[in-house]
Design a protein around this ligand. Structure first.
Ligand code: PRX
Length: 646
């Protein structure tokens, strides 16, 4: 076992931080004991309201219902841009670092205002109104942030689809939200490779008759398909409209965005977030967790296609008037020192990334890190999956020169903002633990029957009360929200994660307890990969589980039963892997495909995933009871042929 050493808050960190331990304790207590007063104070402090709320909060979690700052009115783009103009109009809002190290840009709050207003006017001219859904399929370029904020300005609801998704996945998401406008780029560029975004849009739109407008940013100048009446170039369109656009006053509970995420059943869920509570959650956590101070440069390496990009590249930092860095490329291009070169180049103070990136860079060797000075760095963050203590220590000692605290932040697309996390000036750190709840968050552990566990314990992680940035509904299917999050345990939110709580009350997230995988920080439903596999003519049945992977955290292991007349082969394995990448996206490509004449099923026909998981993880000594299987002999065959042996 790796020995875990605690890291105490240093004097320097405590002296600089917004909060020390006493401050955290006092605020946390108030947030639970006097929630109305607490949240009213925070909402006034962090946000600018056009009309005050009549009631702070109302919720009925048994129905999945929550409302915050009821009747309050505000606009997110005003909070993220306009209100900063008098004091920091010339300050850089966004530093853009392109794929090539020679390619960068700085966008001031004043320029951001102009760009967002112009694009908002373009959307309006195309008939987009409050409540309409707009799909964004964008690379990591400033126009992606402009597009999100332009939607927010006019009250349109954006649905950002990660640029790594396939045309089919894009189509499904456009249709589910009935988006009528798509904003994209001709191509994306990552690690010198081109991503054919507009071509993918073209394929997706074959089945989306309601899309009447596609706005395309010219990133590479590639030849792309074009439809005169439907398509417009971003640069042409914004040149022809006013640089002012009045912001739509939004109700605190009006939708801000939809973001699709994977669950344990097939179809991705459109997680819907609203205006006031979401923005408060993003801004307040950005302030306290990253201990953001005026004038600092902050870099979150996520893609805007995921919730981390929404809350911690765009909304949280901009709401706080921060300078946020947006990186188009990958950490290993031109070489594995890129992140630290960028840190030095732009004097980055706060760096937030995922364990998978940390492990990948760790494997390349320390020289790539130590060749850069990194003296500007003050704080490091981790998100997306459990961080193993070895990677934590490397991040701390090598990247942070044993000087920068690490905030290991646990949260989800559904929670909108960070939920369990250290606060740098307050929390002594234990590598691998997300530590303690943020303000207003009341976590608990329960056993499978729903009994709450006291003291040090392991169980399923639930949240016992509503918080401002929580998911409001699954777009178009509120019952699915109730079934997924609010039914396993009555009246509380079920996270889908397991966790351990230690003797200091610190939480250690152990990972998903449902059929959701976390591959390189990407959340993938096993059912999505299975549905893709069975679409192939050669496949009769498929079952997908996760297995540990040194860099990715988890990898995809698929058990595939071929059609009776199909001869399994290595070529077919390669074809199936490529097929899944094409159906879902490259990040969902299975690591292992094992052929099998049958799957282990109970007598009632249910696939015994527990057994498949054990085989894929090569944990044969804890296989458990196989006697309830319809045909136990299939297990021996699966074991004999397993691919992932120690
Ligand atoms: O299993 C948890 C894991 O990521 C899941 C949420 O994924 P997603 O909605 O894509 O959001 C990722 C970014 C917020 C969680 O259910 N997870 C996230 N952060 C951590 C984590 N697991 C352990 N430690 C974390 N810090």
């Amino acid at each position: 076992m790796y020995k875990i050493e605690n890291h105490l808050v240093s004097d320097a960190t405590r002296a600089y931080a917004h909060l020390d331990e006493a401050g955290y304790q006092a605020m946390y207590r108030q947030s639970l004991e006097q929630p109305e007063q607490f949240w009213a104070e925070q909402a006034k402090r962090f946000l600018t309201w056009e009309q005050p709320w009549s009631k702070v909060h109302e919720s009925d979690l048994s129905q999945g219902q929550a409302a915050w700052f009821i009747d309050g009115k505000l606009n997110v783009s005003v909070n993220c841009i306009d209100r900063h103009l008098p004091s920091r109009g010339e300050q850089t809002a966004i530093i853009w670092e392109g794929d090539e190290p020679t390619d960068d840009a700085r966008i001031s709050y004043r320029e951001l205002h102009e760009k967002v207003c112009r694009l908002a006017n373009v959307l309006k001219a195309r008939g987009v109104k409050k409540g309409d859904r707009v799909c964004l399929y964008m690379p990591m370029i400033p126009e992606a942030a402009y597009a999100m904020l332009a939607c927010a300005r006019i009250g349109a609801v954006h649905s950002v689809v990660f640029g790594g998704f396939s045309p089919d996945a894009l189509r499904d998401r456009i249709l589910d939200a009935d988006c009528q406008v798509v904003i994209t780029a001709d191509e994306g560029v990552r690690g010198s490779k081109k991503v054919p975004l507009k071509q993918n849009v073209e394929k997706a739109l074959k089945d989306c008759p309601n899309v009447h407008s596609v706005v395309t940013v010219q990133r590479t100048g590639a030849d792309i398909p074009w439809h005169e009446h439907r398509d417009l170039w971003y640069h042409d369109a914004i040149a022809g409209v006013s640089a002012d656009c009045a912001a739509e006053p939004m109700d605190s509970e009006d939708p801000l965005f939809i973001l699709y995420t994977s669950g344990s059943t097939g179809k991705p869920k459109g997680v819907l977030h609203t205006t006031g509570g979401y923005l408060l959650g993003a801004a307040m956590t950005h302030h306290y967790v990253f201990d953001y101070h005026e004038g600092e440069t902050y870099w979150c390496t996520a893609d805007i296609g995921w919730i981390t990009g929404h809350s911690y590249i765009v909304y949280g930092p901009l709401c706080n008037g921060a300078t946020t860095l947006m990186f188009e490329g990958v950490p290993t291009y031109p070489d594995a020192s890129r992140c630290w070169q960028v840190v030095d180049k732009h004097k980055v103070n706060i760096f937030y990334t995922a364990p998978t990136a940390i492990r990948a860079l760790m494997a390349k060797g320390d020289e790539y890190v130590t060749s850069a000075s990194r003296t500007s760095l003050r704080l490091l963050g981790s998100v997306g999956e459990p961080i193993n203590p070895e990677a934590w220590e490397w991040y701390f000692h090598v990247v942070g020169d044993s000087r920068c605290p690490i905030v290991d932040t646990w949260w989800q697309t559904e929670t909108g903002a960070i939920m369990i996390t250290p606060l740098p000036g307050a929390t002594n750190l234990k590598p691998g633990s997300a530590t303690r709840p943020f303000f207003g968050v009341e976590p608990a552990l329960v056993d499978p029957e729903g009994n709450e566990l006291e003291g040090p314990a392991s169980g399923n992680l639930i949240i016992k009360r509503s918080w401002p940035s929580q998911i409001r509904t699954v777009y178009g299917d509120h019952q699915r929200l109730i079934d997924t999050y609010f039914s396993a345990y009555k009246g509380v939110y079920f996270t889908g994660d397991g966790a351990r709580r230690d003797e200091d009350g610190y939480y250690w997230i152990t990972g998903r307890v449902d059929d959701v995988l976390n591959v390189s920080g990407h959340r993938i439903g096993t059912a999505e990969v299975e549905s893709a596999l069975v679409l192939h003519d050669a496949v009769a049945e498929a079952a997908v589980v996760g297995c540990p992977h040194d860099i990715k955290g988890q990898a995809i292991y698929a058990f595939v039963m071929p059609m009776h007349d199909i001869e399994p082969s290595d070529a077919l394995v390669a074809e199936l892997k490529a097929f899944v990448a094409e159906q879902v996206g490259a990040f969902a490509r299975p690591e292992f495909i094992q052929w099998t004449p049958g799957l282990p099923k109970t007598r009632s026909g249910k696939i015994m995933r527990r057994i498949l998981r054990k085989i894929a993880c090569d944990e044969l000594d804890t296989l458990g009871d196989t006697s309830t299987l319809a045909d136990p002999s299939v297990v021996d065959e699966l074991i004999a042929q397993r691919l992932n042996r120690a």
